[in-house]
Every structure is written in structure tokens, then in C-alpha cells.
Design a protein. Structure first.
Ligand code: ADP
Length: 378
């Protein structure tokens, strides 16, 4: 009877422990890692034990056979044969045990890493979803405010001061709406399998982006040129590709002084991939900043103090979207002289099939699109 409170306490601790295990993700991971480590050690010990007993068995059999042969033949080479056999057995067992232990360590290392990173992975995913939901909720009220402000601006009797204030409000609203679009992309990137892919002409993408940004480039009196090859089709998602080019051209415009130059070039590379380059004659990026500009929310000091640009999300989104398209991105910059960003994307597919399988990709015969001169170059 005296044991009853003790038993009750024990049951309570077990229940609390089980509850914690069920609800606390980090506690569960810690325990799982401990269990896995114990299992790992046990397995290694078992492997060593098996290795030694096999070696012991082989050695004793070898000795026995050697001695028996020696008795029967009473030859002088018996001991040399025994030693040779033992050497062979030692080497064989050592190699086998080493291989088994290495393989087990690799498998357990992988399992351990997966287990330990699971809470971080989940947290990142929920964070992106949360950001996406908030951004989505903000979109509607923002567009209502923008429409109302624009309607007010139609009033011709509006005093100049009020007009200037409202115009700058609309500009700021555009900036916020860009940030929200970028945040929404982060959200979409959580589930890339939901993004439909198709053949997209990068020339059309560039035209649409430049038309959209005409206000900004004209205001800054920038000279914008576009150079494109006849074949500029990539395999991708139109909205995502527009966002890639939009973010790059917007950066080029934001970080280039008035009357500067922006060149957009769309050309195939030697593998037939399509390279879209956005080059500007702007402020450039220092070597130190170049290492960080793809990190979310990173902004170089120069851009922060200038008050231009956005939130530091633009290039982070670009790099995620390029990754999603199995492409690559290269950035070259010279402070004070300009920046060139090149995005390389796989070319379009001639036949589109239902399954989303990499094997369906077909190669494009570029000789149909370019003269011999360009082909030689490639
Ligand atoms: P932001 O919204 O600040 O433009 P991005 O992610 O697009 O964020 O870019 C990150 C930083 O990289 C910018 O703050 C800027 O300092 C630098 N940067 C990007 N593009 C250019 C460019 N074309 N010229 C100079 N600096 C650039």
C-alpha cells in the first residue's frame, strides 16, 4: 500500500514523458537521435563480434588442417603454409569488416542527418506558408487602396501638394505590391510540383517586362536595348520567368544613374540552352556584397542608403526560380561601372507529353534557326 503514491508518481511521469514526446518536435528528435545512436553502436559492436568469431573460426580450422597435414606429410613447408594462410585470412576479414563498418556508418549518418534536420525543414516550410498566407491576405486591401488613390488623382481640381503626396503613395504601393509578389513566390516555391511548365519565348517575356517597367526607365531616362536570337524558347513557367526578368531589369534600373544604359540579350549557348543577360552601366556591386546578394533580405549598404530598390528579396527569389527551372545564374560586376546578370535555362521542348518526366526532353536542331556563322561560333 505504501508503494501506491510511488506508483502513481511513476505513471504520471510516464504519461508526461509520452505527452512531451508526442507534442514536442525537438524533444522527439533528441530521443530518436539517442535511440538511433545506441542502435548504431550495438550494430557496430555486433559487426566486430561477428568479424572476430569468423576470424577465430577460420584461424582454428586453418591451424587444425595445417597440423594434420604436417603429421601426415611431416614436410618442412607446413609452418610456412599455415602462416601464409593466416595472413590471407587476416587481410580478408579486415577488409570485410572495414567495408561493413563504413557502409553502416554512412547509412546511419544519413538517417541521423535526416532525423535531426526534420524539425528545421518543417519550421522553414511553415514559415514560408505563413509568409505566403499573410502576403495573400494583404494583396486585396492594397489593390483597393491603390485603385481609390488613383481615382482621386483623376480629380483635376486637386491641389498640387495633395497630388504629389498621392502620386508618391501610388509609387510606394507599387513597391509594396512587388514585395508581396516576391513573398507569394516564396510560398509557391514550397510546392514546385504545382507549377505548370510550357514552352515560353523569352523574347516575349522581355517585351512584356520592359513594357511594364517603361514608366521607371523613362523617368530615369535610361537607354534600354534588347537583342535576341530567333529561337529563344525555354521550358518553364511564364509567370515565374516574367518575375525573374522583372526582378533583374528592375534592379538594373534601380541601381543605374539617370541616363545610363541597360542591355537585355537573349542568346543560345554552345549547349543550346538559352541565356538571358541583363547588363547595366550602374553603380555595380562590391566583391564582398557579391557573396551575399542572393541571401533573402540582404541589401548592399550603397542600395540601402540610396533608398532605391526593394526589400532584398528580389535576387533570392530569382535564384530559387532559376533552380526550379534547372537553370543557372552568373553575375559579374565592377563597382562604378556596371553589373551583368546571366540566367541560363534549358531550351523548350518540341513535343510536349503528358508526364512531367525529364526523359521527355528533346533536343532542338539549332541549324534550323541560325545561319552557319553562329553555329561555327557555338
Ligand atoms: P533589392 O530589393 O534590395 O533590390 P535584391 O535581392 O534584388 O534586393 O538585390 C540585393 C542587393 O544586390 C541589392 O540591395 C543591391 O545592393 C544589389 N544589386 C542587385 N542588383 C544590382 C545591380 N544591377 N546593380 C547594383 N547592385 C545590385
Amino acid at each position: 500500500m505504501a508503494n501506491l503514491p510511488l506508483l502513481k508518481q511513476f505513471v504520471e511521469s510516464v504519461t508526461a514523458f509520452a505527452r512531451k514526446y508526442k507534442h514536442d518536435l525537438f524533444f522527439r528528435t533528441e530521443l530518436n537521435v539517442i535511440v538511433l545512436q545506441v542502435l548504431f553502436t550495438t550494430l557496430i559492436l555486433a559487426l566486430v563480434a561477428v568479424g572476430f568469431s569468423v576470424l577465430y573460426k577460420d584461424v582454428s580450422t586453418n591451424l587444425l588442417v595445417g597440423i594434420m597435414t604436417g603429421i601426415v606429410a611431416s614436410g618442412t613447408t607446413t609452418s610456412a603454409v599455415i602462416v601464409e594462410n593466416l595472413e590471407y585470412l587476416k587481410d580478408r576479414n579486415f577488409v570485410l569488416i572495414a567495408a561493413a563498418i563504413t557502409l553502416t556508418t554512412a547509412i546511419f549518418g544519413y538517417l541521423l542527418a535526416r532525423l535531426t534536420l526534420a524539425p528545421t525543414r518543417n519550421a522553414l516550410e511553415s514559415q514560408k506558408l505563413f509568409i505566403g498566407n499573410v502576403a495573400h491576405e494583404l494583396r486585396t486591401p492594397l489593390s483597393i487602396i491603390k485603385t481609390n488613390t488613383e481615382v482621386t488623382l483623376f480629380d483635376e481640381t486637386l491641389p498640387k501638394d495633395a497630388r504629389d503626396t498621392l502620386t508618391s503613395t501610388v509609387e510606394e504601393l507599387d513597391r509594396i505590391s512587388d514585395i508581396i509578389n516576391n513573398l507569394l513566390s516564396l510560398n509557391v516555391l514550397v510546392r514546385p510540383e504545382k507549377i505548370p511548365f510550357d514552352n515560353v519565348d523569352m523574347g516575349v517575356v522581355a517585351d512584356r517586362v520592359l513594357a511594364h517597367l517603361a514608366g521607371l526607365t523613362e523617368r530615369k531616362k535610361l537607354t534600354v536595348t534588347v537583342e535576341r536570337s530567333e529561337y529563344a524558347t525555354v521550358w518553364g513557367n511564364l509567370t515565374a520567368l516574367e518575375q525573374i526578368v522583372m526582378n533583374l531589369v528592375k534592379n538594373a534600373a534601380n541601381y543605374t544613374q539617370s541616363e545610363g544604359v541597360i542591355k537585355v540579350r537573349i542568346t543560345p549557348d554552345y549547349r543550346g540552352h538559352i541565356v538571358t543577360t541583363v547588363e547595366d552601366s550602374g553603380i555595380g556591386i562590391s566583391e564582398e556584397d557579391l557573396l551575399h546578394i542572393f541571401e533573402p533580405f540582404y541589401r548592399a549598404d550603397s542600395s540601402r542608403t540610396r533608398g532605391s530598390g526593394g526589400s532584398g528579396l528580389g535576387l533570392a527569389i530569382v535564384s530559387e526560380l532559376v533552380k526550379l527551372h534547372h537553370g543557372s545564374i552568373t553575375i559579374k560586376s565592377s563597382p562604378g561601372h556596371g553589373t551583368s546578370v546571366a540566367v541560363t535555362l534549358p531550351c523548350g521542348r518540341i513535343e510536349k507529353e503528358e508526364d512531367n518526366d525529364d526523359l521527355q526532353q528533346v533536343s532542338v536542331d539549332f541549324s534550323k534557326y541560325f545561319g552557319p556563322q553562329k553555329q561555327d561560333k557555338a
